[in-house]
Design a protein around this ligand. Structure first.
Ligand code: ZN
Length: 131
């Protein structure tokens, strides 16, 4: 089963919780046990799993990523968004979550985050579920 949805980002850099949208897709296909791969077809955005309780964690992650990869440096990429490309590779472009009893088997404090690094834009998230 393969589905897509769109995430409209509103800032240059932000982390958006997409857990409930992925869970909706999992619930819609009525599978009991399997694997859910969430993939993003972009080179200046990422996807990760992290804490869903305190939004300060997301803020801290973005602040530290900006220290690791400054917005401006001696980059040669003509488009001028090398920082976004580098952050995208650091974070990665897919996560895989087990599906148990028809639900994403995430830890209590885990959420799935779309990470925008060159927004705002309309982005796609692709979901492939096997089981
Ligand atoms: Zn570029």
């Amino acid at each position: 089963m393969f589905k897509k949805f769109v995430v409209a980002t509103s800032l240059n850099t932000e982390m958006i919780d997409i857990t409930s949208r992925v869970q909706e897709i999992v619930a819609g296909i009525k599978i009991d046990t399997g694997l859910c791969c969430v993939f993003i077809p972009h080179t200046t955005a990422g996807i990760t799993i992290n804490e869903n309780a305190d939004p300060a964690v997301r803020r801290d992650m973005l602040v530290e990523l900006n220290k690791i990869v400054p917005q401006r440096d001696y980059f040669t990429h003509i488009e001028g968004n090398s920082a976004a490309h580098i952050k995208a590779s650091l974070i990665g472009s897919s996560v895989t979550v087990p599906v148990e009893a028809g639900k994403l088997a995430l830890g209590t404090w885990q959420g799935i985050y779309f990470c925008e690094f060159d927004g705002p834009r309309a982005r796609e998230v692709w979901v492939q579920i096997t089981g």
